[in-house]
Design a protein around this ligand. Sequence first.
Ligand code: GLC
Length: 450
Amino acid sequence: MKSSCRWQRSRFPLPLFAAVLGLATMPMLAAPLDARGSATEIVFASGPDDIGIVQRLVDAFNESNRGAIHVTWRQMDRESDAHRRQLVQELSSGAGGIHLFASDVIWTAEFAKNRWVEDLTRRFYKTLDREAFLAPALESATYRLRIWGVPWHTDTGLLFYRKDMLAKSGFTAPPTTWEELSRMARKVMQDSGTRHGFVFQGAEYEGGAANAAEFIWSAGGELMTSRLTVTGAVLPGVTETDSVLVGSDAAARGLDIARKLVVDKASPAAVSSFREREALQAFLAGESVFLRSWPYVYGVLEQAGFTPNQFGVAPLPAASASGRSAGCLGGWNLMINTKSSKSERDAAWKLIRYLTAPAQQKRQARESGLLPVLRALYEDRDLGKQVPVMALGKQVLTSGLHARPISPFYSEISAVVARTFNRTLKGELSGTEAVELLDKELKAIVLRNR
Ligand code: GLC
């Protein structure tokens, strides 16, 4: 490991490897009661904090707001779908147990439409600079021209590869097309005796929907789009039209590419049951040459002792040499539960400002490898050296927006996409049959929700 490595082992006694694989769980830390006094107490909920950075930031915030605000961090489920279910239950019941929470980029429309979260537009423009944020990240927190969350960290699908294994088979660069990836994967499997070529997420859940979208986009296909129409200059009205665009040959081709990887044995049949955890586990154990995942994996690999000579990271392959690579936009925004009291909401806003300020964004990137949301940090050379995946993240995020559909009923859309992708991977549907089904089912969802 490089001496400049941002994670010093001694600072993280809990083996990250075990934590990421779910073999250990971080205990929820809370300050002693006497440190809280009559402070405004708020609960901040987000996904697992494997390396403890969130707790460290919350502790620092509590320290500098001693006596005024006290934040308790609550761990939500690792998986986006389960995390959403926990939140929806909490928010729709009108409970105020969670005041501030991390929201996946795909939930903005649903949470905003149901008014479960505070409209942050005024607070945002009063104190923050729109231009300071990465545009795709801020767009993901916007619905019907209003801002409902402040971007916290951003994400995109990337290709991780074993540089050493590729070199052994005579390859000097990662693949740029899916076909090339398949050929390289099979050659390395033969030469190095590696069990799998390429692992990704094909299980029936949100990650599967993101992978499906990437295959479809990389072949030039689309899923669906939302168009806003703004009417009336004095009292503007906003209407939204959802159009399903999935029934194209290009979309079918994208799904066929995924299935062919399995048929050709470049990917194991088991990818249809893989989520982030199983795919990462295979790569960490040296059982796979290529892995599709999110940027946090870069930090996990470093922490697990992988050296820069052993692994690399690249944009996802395209369907053809002239095609486009399409990493799915992911990430998390900070939102405030509308059921909170005025003082709780003000305290939550203060924490949002703290977590999204340059110093904390920088520290979070340095210590966890999560991609920051502030544009200026991508020009910070020292940070770029300490978090090398940032350069690639920026390149992918600024080379065209590949966002999942923005819709208040996104969870219904996602379930259909993930199920259809999963069936295609198992060989139950051809690409053409899959997009016909998607077209029909997505149109039905749009009609049902009109
Ligand atoms: C990552 C992304 C998120 C996505 C999820 C899918 O957490 O940031 O946007 O929905 O993975 O598993």
